[in-house]
Ligand binder design. Structure first.
Ligand code: ADP
Ligand code: MG
Length: 418
């Protein structure tokens, strides 16, 4: 048996496995192949057509009666996974290249027509099977087809069955099939798992947000409730009353701050995505924050060029409200806040630059982490919400900061099509 596994066999297997990898590589990187079956099938036909030709061109061995190679593996894989249409294409590729390379052989047409018909009929059942059944079915089907077509060849052309014919045409293909189908299934599962994981992560953010809101609001409410009950105590001194009222007010302010960070999530009605002008929207946000900036003696410089992106207006406003508010808060003794927007190639770039306290590397790394706050009354939710919204709108965020010098946030969005 050892001498049967030679370099040519390995070459054939190599062509097939590389094609399987190429197929999944392209499939994984092109959204279009996942959305439309016709594109996926075209890709499958091309990727299985190549190894058919290569196996035939560089076969295991040739004698005067036949050419031995593993072409039936990509042929069957393509037909089983792709169905009749892919099967037909592969059949034509196979027959055409057989004829071009070695001349037309009548028995080849008979053998592969038989294989095509049976594999195409089995394909819908095959595709619905689970992984382990697919593996055993592909092995048994390949073996069955090899035996069946051998009998056809014997009946039609008095074909001589040799030892190496049994090894290369009847025994080896089912084993090769096992490898290939196993690889196909493993790669497919990896791709499916990953896309599921992305969905789970997205869901997690949503549930995290929901949990945060209720949890974070409940705490201040409990405190407020407790102190209001205390206020009913008849013998309470005016001093204690004032203190309790102040605590209650502080807690209410905290609850308000949390709700403000989540403004848009509190209004779930709008999930609308539309074309929006970043300069107009930024002007609105700046207007909302102007009184607060004035209070902190922060001067605001606007350098806004008109530019359009696609996104949700509420998300956009909330996101920049949270970010710009942080910049104003970073300048407790006043400073300059520069907000700019401009077009750069296919991107819209927004920068928020402050001359505030800045961040350490550790703080920069934790930017966007829930509950991370360096402020006494901070929620640590504003940046998390902002980062999440930028991601939702296909944007990216870059931070540049130096302690006591200031922070520059650069947010990049894809430009809206004209
Ligand atoms: P909060 O504002 O309630 O603290 P955020 O999530 O909005 O929560 O911000 C988290 C932390 O990120 C802030 O506490 C601050 O340490 C840091 N940070 C965010 N923006 C800036 C900025 N422009 N300058 C300095 N530090 C910032
Ligand atoms: Mg904040």
């Amino acid at each position: 048996m050892g001498s049967y596994i030679n370099q040519h066999v390995l070459n054939n297997l190599f062509y097939i496995l590389v094609s399987v990898f190429v197929f999944y590589f392209i499939y994984d990187h092109g959204e279009i192949f996942k959305k439309q079956t016709s594109y996926r099938n075209t890709l499958l036909a091309i990727c299985m057509g190549f190894p058919i030709i290569l196996c035939m061109k560089f076969p295991i061995y040739i004698d005067e009666r036949c050419i031995h190679d593993l072409r039936q593996i990509p042929f069957l894989v393509g037909t089983l996974y792709g169905g009749g249409i892919v099967g037909i294409i592969l059949f034509l590729i196979l027959l055409a290249s057989r004829t071009l390379i070695y001349g037309f052989e009548y028995i080849t047409a008979v053998v592969y027509t038989t294989m095509f018909i049976i594999a195409a009929l089995v394909s819908p059942t095959f595709k619905a099977l689970k992984r382990s059944s697919k593996l055993s079915m592909s092995v048994w089907l390949t073996l069955f087809l090899a035996v069946l077509t051998t009998f056809l060849a014997i009946i039609i052309t008095q074909f001589q069955v040799t030892d190496s014919y049994i090894v290369y045409f009847i025994l080896l293909p089912p084993i090769g099939m096992l490898f290939v189908v196993y690889t196909m299934e493993t790669l497919k599962e990896a791709i499916i798992m990953r896309s599921k994981l992305v969905k789970v992560e997205k869901m997690e953010v949503v549930s995290q947000l929901a949990a945060s809101i209720s949890h974070e609001i409940r705490n201040p409410l409990t405190v407020v409730k407790g102190f209001i009950q205390l206020l009913k105590t008849p013998s309470l001194s005016q001093d204690a009353k004032d203190r309790y009222i102040q605590i209650a007010l502080d807690e209410i302010n905290r609850a308000e701050a949390i709700i403000n960070e989540y403004l848009t999530f509190a209004k779930p009605a709008s999930n609308k995505v539309e074309r929006l002008m970043v300069d107009d929207q930024l002007r609105k946000v700046i207007q909302m924050l102007a009184p607060m900036a004035h209070m902190h003696s922060v001067e605001i410089v606007e350098q806004l060029q008109p530019a359009a992106i696609v996104g949700n207006i509420q998300y956009f406003q909330q996101c920049f409200l949270n970010l710009i508010k942080n910049s104003v808060e970073a300048m407790p003794n006043g400073g300059t806040l520069t907000i700019s927007s401009f077009l750069h190639g296919n991107h819209v770039i927004i920068t928020i630059k402050d001359t505030g306290v800045g961040m350490t590397t550790e703080q920069m790394n934790r930017f966007g982490e829930p509950y991370f706050s360096t402020k006494e009354k901070g929620t640590g939710l504003g940046t998390m919400v902002a980062v999440k919204m930028i991601q939702t709108m296909q944007g990216t965020l870059h931070i540049q900061s130096e302690v006591n010098k200031g922070t520059t946030l650069t947010i990049t969005f894809p430009k809206a099509a004209n």
